[in-house]
Design a protein. Sequence first.
Length: 360
Amino acid sequence: MLYWLTEFSDGGDVFNLFRYITFRAGGAFFTALIFGFIFGKPLINILRKRQGKGQPIRDDGPESHKEKQGTPTMGGLLILSALLVATLMWARLDNPYVWITLFVTYGFGLIGFADDYAKVSKNNTAGVSGRIRMALGLVISAIAGVWATAYHPVDLQYQLAFPVLKDSLLYMSYLFIPFVMIVIVGAANAVNLTDGLDGLAIMPVMIAAGTLGVIAYAVGRVDFTEYLDVHYVPGTGELFIFTSALIGGGLGFLWYNAPPAAVFMGDTGSLALGGALGAIAVATKHEIVLAIVGGLFVVEALSVIIQVLYYKRTGKRVFLMAPIHHHFEHLGWKEPQIVIRFWIISLILALVGLATLKVR
């Protein structure tokens, strides 16, 4: 919205600053951060009063989690509110990739909100049917895939790009849309599975978002794409503002989510933020890089898949408990140890993802 102040610029005044994505990204970050600090406590108080017993705790979970009984959930509302306000204020609202990403983020956010509401109101961990959640997620992802493809350069439409190998493209025809659906839904659910310890999911999400934001900025500039030898996707640079707002809102939330958490993100936040990562990867043609940058989420999801399939086949378990962060809890690791070590792993994977931007 504030971009339109450039209409008052003669090229040498303060209004000219709003032309620069980096300036507006900084503005989005601080707007979301301050929003989180101001409204975090009031929101938590409202959630605590409305929810009473807070998020239901699984009976089969680690014994230490029983101490978290009564902690309110739906804290993702704080992140999503800060993200929306900051993005609408600082991003160009005529950019299709911004709207595609917002559509996916808040579409999945609504699914997560319905699930959280069902759990809290019924005081059990069932929530909305998994099939309904999956079906709605696939519909949202399909729309986003068609929408994004329509704005991609013609030579990149329906193509799968590979990191480092710029000259290698795999034409998938209309199979690209189902592929996009898998990427976005998979990212959303992988982040959702990771959100099991205080602060565990939000920091890796911010790290992945920051990495994808840098990539979005790079692939949106023709000079950078020539230097880094990556595909040029005009307009994606505006997503750097979105990711900056996400990081600001995420830090505001982490202030209250750091152990011991005053509020949980809930499916409201985890599904929305995971979907956002998937949407950005699709918009920038970096779907494979997302699997690297979000490698922690991939491992968490795979641990559940492996556990379920192996148990159905043999009646035995590969892990003491899935997702894998619970396995380490049962091994005796303290919650802060798991959280911080997983953060470190996420940072390493982010650096590997950035290394795929090959310099000539």
